[in-house]
Unconditional design. Structure first.
Length: 118
C-alpha cells in the first residue's frame, strides 16, 4: 500500500511543478519573432482590443490599448507566455515561418484570440 501512496505523492508533485510559472531566456531573434501588433477579440464580446508586443532592453513586454498597463511576458517554452503578475493568464502563440501570426489567450474569464496586424 505504501508504494501507491508514494506514487500518488510523486504524481501530485509533478502536477504542481507543471503549474509553476517559469521565466525562460529568449534570444534576440526569438524575441523578434513575437514583436508586433495584434488585433484581439475579447471573450465577452464588446469592443476589440489592440495588443502591442515589444522588446525593451532585451525583455519581451506587452501593452494593451485598453488598459495601457505594460507587463513583462514570462516565457514558458513552446511559444507560451504568462504576463508577469498574472499566473492564471496563458498566451499561446502560433508560429509560421519563424514568426508569430496569431495567439490564443486563456484566463478564468474566458479565452481571447489575437491576430497579427503589423
Amino acid at each position: 500500500m505504501l508504494p501507491l501512496r508514494a506514487a500518488a505523492q510523486q504524481h501530485r508533485d509533478t502536477t504542481q511543478a507543471a503549474d509553476t510559472v517559469k521565466d525562460l531566456p529568449l534570444t534576440a531573434a526569438q524575441r523578434q519573432s513575437f514583436v508586433g501588433s495584434y488585433s484581439v477579440t475579447l471573450p465577452l464580446g464588446g469592443e476589440n482590443d489592440l495588443l502591442r508586443i515589444f522588446d525593451e532592453n532585451g525583455v519581451l513586454k506587452a501593452q494593451s490599448l485598453h488598459d495601457k498597463e505594460t507587463r513583462r511576458l514570462l516565457y514558458q517554452g513552446d511559444a507560451i507566455f504568462r504576463p508577469e503578475g498574472i499566473p492564471d493568464f496563458v498566451i499561446t502563440f502560433v508560429l509560421e515561418g519563424g514568426r508569430a501570426t496569431k495567439f490564443t489567450a486563456r484566463k478564468p474569464e474566458g479565452a481571447m484570440e489575437g491576430v497579427r496586424i503589423q
